[in-house]
Design a protein around this ligand. Structure first.
Ligand code: SF4
Length: 348
């Protein structure tokens, strides 16, 4: 069985608007390891949610996957108990076709920040969870109802046999998020994508939901892709971390390396801007400047207008991915031989 569950290669997603083209994802390379938790971190608008939606091929117009590959290494279980491997390029699939509809909700499931945008307020949570089960399995309606009650119980919803018939708007935010997790787990997905699932919750509920997700990940042997801008959550949940800035993965490593020896000036600035106990408000060290206008990306390194370590070449040369060790990569000219790059580019 391949160690890599999803291999994203040079993924580019553009939005074609009346004002111009927004390059929301500009050449992302990312390998998601089977059974691990990968946290995708970055400021709002850096392209992390769009990149993750592409894993389900749900980039809506005016957005479009313009190039790149999303290789999903699927695992089919045979009656003998053994498994067989098959790979599919999700970027190549028809977004409305049979194959991607088989994958969505069954092999790859997603939970969102605000469950009310995913649940319809017109149907009970039980109806909506059962619909997913009936779509992807051969269970009868009665069996699907029993499974739904079991799932609601597993995610900590009290009196599940009664609450299965409740409408989403009658539940609290924490309970709705638990119901959303139950729906995502209903077909035992290989990959669960969680898009800021705890951002809208208070800290106590947030801690409970994180614990729940970690326990369920072990029980279901799932791979977890966790999108967040909260480094506290990353430290709690992640095995590996990818930091995104303006549509690119600018640093990736295991969680310990990232927190102990961050290499990219943006990652260093992100970590410095996290408030610590005993810090005064004045001592906070925010990242200078603003995220650039999406219609006019800076030339060279996209972080150069805000980077405290920028030098002349940063305005013109786009950094390449440099390996700093096992599973630790960075995109920054501080780790490249800039003179050699300038000489090569002058010749070409
Ligand atoms: Fe800063 Fe230059 Fe590195 Fe970009 S390439 S992060 S501007 S030092």
């Amino acid at each position: 069985m391949a160690d890599t569950l999803i291999d994203v290669k040079d993924l580019r997603i553009h939005f074609f608007t009346d004002e111009g083209v927004v390059r929301a994802v500009g050449g992302v390379d990312l390998a998601i390891t089977r059974g691990k938790t990968l946290a995708l971190v970055g400021e709002s608008g850096c392209g992390k949610s769009v990149a993750c939606r592409a894993l389900l091929n749900i980039v809506h117009r005016p957005g479009k996957i313009v190039s790149g590959e999303i290789i999903f290494h699927r695992m089919f279980h045979q009656s003998s108990g053994s498994g067989s491997d098959a790979s599919v390029d999700i970027a190549e699939l028809n977004p409305k076709g049979r194959e991607i509809r088989d994958i969505r909700g069954k092999e790859i499931a997603m939970i969102f920040q605000e469950p009310m945008t995913s649940f319809s307020s017109m149907y009970t949570i039980g109806n909506q969870i059962m619909e997913n089960i009936l779509l992807h399995t051969n269970l009868s309606k009665q069996e699907a109802r029993i499974l739904t009650i079991e799932l609601l119980d597993k995610v900590g919803i009290p009196k599940p046999s009664r609450l299965i018939d409740e409408y989403p708007f009658r539940l609290s935010g924490g309970m709705r998020q638990r119901a959303m997790i139950a729906m995502a787990l209903s077909c035992s997905p290989t990959l669960l994508i969680a898009d800021e699932p705890t951002t809208a919750l208070d800290v106590t509920t947030q801690a409970n939901i994180l614990d729940l997700m970690q326990n369920l990940q072990k029980q279901y042997e799932m791979t977890l892709l966790f999108i967040t801008h909260d480094l506290g959550v990353v430290a709690e949940i992640a095995d590996e971390v990818a930091v995104m800035y303006l549509g690119k993965i600018i640093e990736k490593s295991d969680v310990f390396t990232l927190f102990n020896s961050p290499a990219h000036p943006y990652t260093q600035a992100l970590l410095k801007s996290v408030p610590k106990i005993a810090m005064t408000r004045e001592a906070l060290d925010p990242i200078k400047g603003m995220v650039p206008n999406p219609y006019s990306r800076p030339s060279g390194c996209p972080f150069h207008p805000r980077c405290p370590k920028a030098f002349a070449a940063c305005k013109t040369i786009v950094p390449k991915t440099t390996s700093l060790g096992l599973h630790h990569t960075v995109q920054c000219l501080l780790y490249e031989d800039v003179t050699e790059r300038q000489a090569t580019e002058a010749l070409s």
